[in-house]
Write a protein that binds this ligand. Sequence first.
Ligand code: GLN
Length: 495
Amino acid sequence: MTKKPDPLETAESIGRAVRNRERSAVEVARVFVERAERSAPRLSTYLHRDGARTLEMAAEVDRRLESGEKLSPLAGVPIALKDNLCTHGIPTTCGSRILEGYLPPYDAHVVERLRAAGAVFTGKTNCDEFAMGSSTENSAYFPTRNPWDLDRVPGGSSGGSAATVAALEASLALGSDTGGSVRQPAAFCGVFGLKPTYGAVSRYGLVAFASSLDQIGPFARTARDVALLFNEICGRDERDMTSRSDATPIDLESLERGVRGMKIGIPRDLLSVGVDPEITASLDRVTKKLSGEGAEILDVTLPHARYSIATYYLIAPAEASSNLARYDGVRYGFRAKSDDLQTMYASTRGKGFGREVRRRILLGTYALSAGYYDAYYLRAMKVRTLVRRDFDQALLRADAILLPTTPTPPFKLGEKVDDPLAMYLNDIFSIPASLAGAPALSFPSGRTRSNLPIGLQLVGRPFDEGTLLRIARTWEKKSGDPLGVPPIANGGART
Ligand code: GLN
């Protein structure tokens, strides 16, 4: 009889045990499925979960190993997928009514890769509709709750993915990040979240929101686990012409080499916008620790970063308005009943899309319309170039930039839902790196006095994800276990 996996076990150790046949993939999957059965209904982490299918996938992994097939380090590791990643024959709704009942006829590139690796899917996680939001409250189905405090949001839009990893319902998860949707929920739930360099991971089969910004990224409980998942999904794929071959796997041992001699820049000018004092204190603590480990801390400036939110909220809705034109009631999912085609289109879109999505389609259509294109969209593209140059300049002097992931700890459900601007402002620190296309990692840096997670962010040079993980790994080792397990993962919880 082999023993049950320790709840704190990493994906790395699960994979190793499964490949070495010390544990069966089915045994591991059963632990995660049972835990999810207990906590997922209270957290509302999944839009679609099928324990039997998960166990069946795990059994297949055991059969492949039995037959002598060499599988990847992720073989037998339970992984959750955000519901905007296409999964062959498994519902994919993007948190929207308009895709209710849609069964994709193909797998996204990342899903294909993970299947080949022998990963075991736990289900499709809840998200803000079409990834538009920062709290999962824009999901057309239900909001997800923060495992550390059920009255608070898990962040968004990949809130379900972040929460499911924090609550140990899955060992790893994938989300998508357009303006912060992996990093912000990672920070709110106290786990690691990486937005890879634009082009590092193929977007084939990721339902498009804003194509020049969208990237798929991993959630994990350790820096090494982030690297393992990234390594499995990165690289060129012919079906996404923006994917690049310079995205190469990270050598895990390089993460152990410390930060001696590294230069880490702090964008002090940007921090003047109003950051919660407990987050500033955490930033100071981490900075001191890294400096004690031999890193050189310097000030950098990102003079145009403060225009990022305004810029993003022109570019992202503009691209969204075009991408979402395809949901017309003819091709996918939901169709409103009607006698003629025009009213069918209008009523399908009117009923199928939620408020935030409609707001963005309207804003985006406006920004792209004749006469306004130059004043809004084109100007936003120019500012985007300035933001990118700021990062290029700063990263000539520094190997990475360290800043908060969010200005505040997780907020309460309902707190910002009627105030889109307040919701948008929560992304002040994550959006600049998105505009620049730079890799950015959120890592857990501690907790507030009321035991809410705090996340900090590292931004780096294109295709230099390894340096970010190495810095975070150094902090992780020096700080003991900054993650911890929320009570809900052990069957208890505050409600
Ligand atoms: N919160 C941002 C938005 O609403 C970012 C979302 C994302 O990265 N998908 O657009």
